[in-house]
Design a binder for this molecule. Structure first.
Ligand code: SF4
Length: 287
């Protein structure tokens, strides 16, 4: 890896088709800046994409990529890491993709602590399908699928990650690209399961939670805040009103799932024989 790779390296020649002003642009720019500063070139990492507006980034990001089934990105990312422990693996997902269809994968990955980074493009909506409420949608939020307002309580990605064992839990804002770039750098460098829940305004289907709405509320965690206490982190993460905090809420060093595997065996699990009988033997029981 070489330090400070030119950001032009990540160009594919295709231009984004996101709506003008979409928060996805800020995330795209911040991720390119972070990879550049980390010296991670196009051949040095794997990006896994889910289904949603975020997933279209596959076409304009020249880094090895794989576009997965809806919600399965975190599962695929774990498989990739299992196959190559040295490869930086970043899962790009949406709030619906990651916490709706993929919710089960998310909590079990956080529990296992593989050395992967999950970036959630969080706009409280399924925007690619024209704006239905997602699992993070605020109570009372009126959308196409909730014309009278959401009646249930939203999932908080940060508290979910903290309680299920994630070792790096953060929130960023796509309207703050320097801050988001730094969060991405710290998350990718962290050894273990890292989450960057990224507030990403959908300018087309949400006329309430706009950039201005967020700018009035977003507050960086205080300088003297230390991200070493789960209870304190939960308290800060749950605030969603006049103040919405950004920064690193919780961080912990503990063995990754790759460390656990290496401690048990010298032969990587993906190289070990499965030990199952051949298909004819299996089928003979039923014929
Ligand atoms: Fe972005 Fe919303 Fe347009 Fe999708 S629909 S590209 S999330 S502004």
């Amino acid at each position: 890896m070489t330090p400070d790779i030119p950001v032009e390296t990540y160009k594919t020649g295709k231009l984004p088709t996101w709506c003008p002003g979409c928060g996805d642009f800020g995330i795209w720019m911040s991720l390119k800046n972070a990879l550049s500063k980390l010296g991670i070139g196009s051949d040095d990492a794997l990006l896994i994409y889910g289904i949603g507006c975020h997933g279209n980034m596959y076409d304009w990001m020249r880094v090895y990529g794989l576009s997965g089934l809806h919600g399965r990105g975190v599962a695929i990312a774990q498989g990739a890491k299992m196959a190559n422990h040295k490869l930086p693996v970043i899962c790009i997902s949406g709030d619906g993709d990651c916490l709706g269809e993929g919710g089960n994968h998310f909590i079990h990955a956080a529990k296992r602590n593989p050395d992967i980074t999950v970036i959630i493009y969080d706009n409280q909506l399924y925007s690619l399908t024209t704006g239905q409420a997602s699992p993070t949608a605020n109570t009372g939020f009126k959308t196409k699928s909730t014309p009278l307002g959401v009646i249930d309580t939203p999932i908080n990605p940060l508290t979910l990650a903290i309680t299920t064992g994630a070792t790096f839990v953060s929130r960023g804002f796509s309207g703050d690209t320097p801050g988001l770039t730094q969060l991405f750098i710290d998350a990718i460098k962290h050894k273990g399961f890292s989450l960057v829940d990224t507030i990403q305004p959908c300018v087309t289907y949400d006329k309430i939670h706009t950039y201005q709405w967020f700018r009035q509320r977003i507050t960086a965690l205080e300088n003297d805040y230390t991200p070493d206490n789960r209870m304190k982190a939960m308290e800060k993460a749950l605030l969603w009103g006049d103040k919405i905090y950004t920064g690193v809420f919780y961080k912990e060093e503990k063995p990754t799932s790759e460390d656990g595997e290496t401690a048990l065996t010298d032969t990587p699990l993906v190289e070990q024989p499965l030990g199952v009988p051949d298909m004819d033997t299996l089928l003979s029981e039923f014929i």
